[in-house]
Design a binder for this molecule. Sequence first.
Ligand SMILES: C[S@@+](CC[C@H](N)C(=O)[O-])C[C@H]1O[C@@H](n2cnc3c(N)ncnc32)[C@H](O)[C@@H]1O
Length: 389
Amino acid sequence: MVSIYQTIMRRAVSSSILRNPLRRYSPSFVFVESPFARCSLLGGSPLKSFLSTTLTTQTKGGDVVIKFPFSPTQAHAYASVLERAIFTKWSKKFLDAMPMPLGGEKVLDAACGTGATSREIAMRLGDEDRFSKVVGVDASEGMVSEARKKGREDEQKGAAPIEYIVSPMEEFTTTTTNNNTKEFDRAYCHQGAQFFSDRDRALANIHKSLKPGAHFNLAVWAPVKGQKLFEILRDCLIECGKEEWVPILLKPFSYAGDHESTSRVDGVDALETDLIKAGFENVDVVFERDTVRFDSLDEALKVISVAPFGVELMNDAKLFEKFTRKFKTKMLTEGSDVGDRERTNDDLSQRIKSGTDGGDEVVVTMMSFFAHCNKPWAAGGIQSSSFKC
Ligand SMILES: C[S@@+](CC[C@H](N)C(=O)[O-])C[C@H]1O[C@@H](n2cnc3c(N)ncnc32)[C@H](O)[C@@H]1O
C-alpha cells in the first residue's frame, strides 16, 4: 500500500511551491516535518531488518576480516542489492556492446566482484567447446566467496566453467591460475578499474596476460552529473554534515580524477591515455545511458550499505534517521525542478512509479563508458582493427 506520507509527497510534487528551481538549495525546503513522515520512515522499515541480518553479522571465525574495498557483509549487501538492481543488467549491456566472446576461448574477468559479468561471459561462451573457460579475479575475498556461492546456487546449464581467484590485479599473473592458463584470448573489466590502487600496474598485468591481438573491454561509470540516485545520496551526505564521505561515495564515478570537476570528455581522455600507456591499441570508447530499477525507495536506500562508510552511518541512529528522511524526501520530490516542457525520461514521473507490490518502484538513469581495444600483434604481424568481429 502507498503510505499516507508518499501520497502527501506526491501531491506536494505537483504543487508549484516545490517546482521552484531554487528549492533544492533552500533550507526551508529541506524537509517537510510531519508525523506521517516519521511513522512511515521509521516504523518497520524493511531496511532495518536488512541491516540487522547483514551488516551486524559476524563471520564463523568471529571476526569480520575487512579486505579493501569490500568486507564480507558489504559483499553480501552488494550481491543482494547492487548486483540485482544494477550490475546484472549493466554487465549484459556491456557484453552486448563489445565483440562477442567465442566458444573455445579462455577469458579473464578482472575485478569480477560477485561474478555478474563472469557468469554472463560463461553463458555466452557456452559449454560446447571443452576449452572454453572464464577466470574471474578480484582483490576481495568477500566478493569472491559470494561469486562462488552464486555459482553453486544457480549452476548454469550450457555455460563454460568459471574459476575464481582472489588477487589484486596489481599482483596478478597467469601463473596464479589453475591448470596453466598461460594466456587469455580476451579480457573484460566491468566497473572495477576505478578502484585499482595502482592503475598502471593493474592494466599492464591485464595486457601481459593476453595473447597478441586479444581484445580487452573495460567499463567505468561516467562522472556523476545526471546520475540522480547518486547525486541525491551525495546531497544527503552534505546536508547531514558528512562531506568527507562524498569522495568515497563517488569513487565509482571518478575514473578521471576529482569527482566534481571532471567532465565526460575527461573520462574518455583518461581511458584512452591509460589503455595506450598499458600497451593497447585501437582504443575506442562509447558512452552508454540506461535505467536501473529498484523495487522501492527502501531498496534504493540500501545502496548506501555497500559504501565503506555505510556501517558507520547506519550505526549512528540519529544520523541515519536524518539521512533516510532527506533521501526519501528528495527522491520523491526532485526531478520537479525540470520545467514541464523540458521533462525527459529522467523526470520524477518516470523515476518513481507505483510498484505492483504497493511500494514505490524507483527507476533511475545510470551512465557508463565502454572502452574496447586490443593487444597489438607482434611487431610486423597482422594488425587487428575490426571492432565487431
Ligand atoms: C563495483 S565492483 C564490480 C564487480 C563486477 N565486475 C561487477 O560488474 O559486478 C568493483 C570490484 O573491484 C574489485 N577491486 C577493487 N580493487 C581491485 C584490485 N586492485 N584488483 C582486483 N579487484 C579489485 C572490488 O573488490 C570489487 O569487487
